[in-house]
Ligand binder design. Structure first.
Ligand SMILES: Nc1ncnc2c1ncn2[C@@H]1O[C@H](COP(=O)(O)OP(=O)(O)OP(=O)(O)O)[C@@H](O)[C@H]1O
Length: 332
């Protein structure tokens, strides 16, 4: 656990970026710092690896004050990923990833093998290993940044707006891959973003900060959406929070209707579309049992006949749900 106790940062010009911040960041989970520009997210993050030194208060990792040892040793146990990846331009991809293992004096073979394995893990083609950062796309550079941060197998990863500089589609992919990776590696990740949707998608917990560097609310995303503590959090979370809360609701006993004759199904049981006046209308989005109510609702809304199709793991149609049944499920 990383613990902030009454932590304040006052810059030399008198700006108080973080003001008596107290919070507990659980181990092996993703905690997101979110808030408007200038609310002290980056300052808070960088105080953890002491690239910014706190003015007062205490920050501890597993009970030990981070000021007890020297900052260089501290930083070796903490991966750091920033916007634009911050890769060394004159080093190849594999050498970028190998930076910390080399510093730690690992032998060459082990370092290279680890670096190549990490490239694969973050979804990069190992053929790119000998390229230079400028020869990669923005999304690929970010993946290298994540691999580099993971190279020495740190317990903690600090990520400062790592996906902000890429287009929305790549951003979505990087978010999905981070979640997939985290299921395997279970690191303590502290992630900074100004985007509440990103915070809600990635965070096990979300810390909402307000300008002046104070904590407005610290809660899991579902709780934040359902019960914002005050007007500031409510407005920051956004207008459609009721709808977005459906992401976290997963009905376990959704009652499905049998497949209607208008649904065209292939020989392999996969749904193909909806028969209508001799035409085949597109299917719309499908969902699976165990998906969120948001996904289920999306399936109903995108269906041309108002019926969402549920499929099994193999993609075979197993039932449908219509507006009326869905409305019953949604009723509080
Ligand atoms: N070196 C510095 N000297 C003086 N003030 C600073 C310094 N660095 C940051 N600040 C101020 O501290 C406050 C918090 O900055 P910080 O970068 O932590 O915010 P942030 O929430 O990460 O912002 P953004 O989302 O815009 O990146 C801001 O008012 C900023 O202007």
């Amino acid at each position: 656990m990383i613990e902030f106790e009454d932590v304040t940062k006052r810059y030399p010009d008198g700006t108080v970026a973080v003001d008596k911040l107290s919070l507990r960041i659980p181990s092996n989970e993703i905690t997101v710092f979110v808030g408007p520009s200038g609310c002290g997210k980056t300052t808070s993050l960088r105080m953890i690896n002491r690239t910014i030194e706190r003015t007062s208060g205490r920050i501890s990792i597993d009970g030990e004050d981070i000021n007890a040892g020297d900052p260089v040793t501290l930083r070796r146990g903490i991966g750091y990923v920033i916007q634009h990846a911050g890769l060394f331009p004159h080093k190849t991809v594999v050498d970028n990833v190998a930076t910390v293992p080399k510093l730690l004096g690992w032998d060459k073979k082990k370092t290279r093998a680890t670096a190549m394995e990490l490239l694969e893990r973050v979804g990069l083609d190992v053929k790119l290993a000998e390229r230079y950062p400028a020869q990669l796309s923005g999304g690929q550079q970010q993946r290298v940044g994540v691999a580099r941060a993971l190279a020495a197998d740190p317990k903690i990863m600090l990520m400062d707006e790592p996906f902000s500089a890429v287009d929305p589609i790549v951003r979505h992919q990087l978010q999905e891959e981070l979640l997939r990776l985290q299921r395997d590696i279970g690191k303590t990740i502290v992630f900074v973003t100004h985007d509440i949707d990103e915070a809600i998608k990635l965070g096990d917990n979300v810390a909402v900060l307000r300008v002046g560097g104070t904590l407005a609310q610290f809660a899991p995303p579902a709780e934040l959406l359902a019960h914002p503590d005050d007007d500031f959090v409510e407005s920051f979370v956004g207008q459609d929070r009721g709808y977005r809360a459906l992401t976290f609701l997963k009905p376990d006993d959704l009652s499905l209707a049998p497949l209607p004759p208008e649904l065209s199904v292939g020989d392999d049981g996969r749904p193909l579309g909806w028969k209508s006046n001799g035409e085949l209308l597109p299917l719309g989005a499908v969902f699976q049992r165990g998906d969120s109510l948001r996904a289920t609702m999306d399936s109903v809304l995108t269906s041309p006949v108002g019926q969402g199709v549920c499929v099994d793991e193999a993609g075979k149609a197993i039932g449908v749900i219509d507006y009326i049944t869905l409305a019953e499920v949604l009723r509080p």
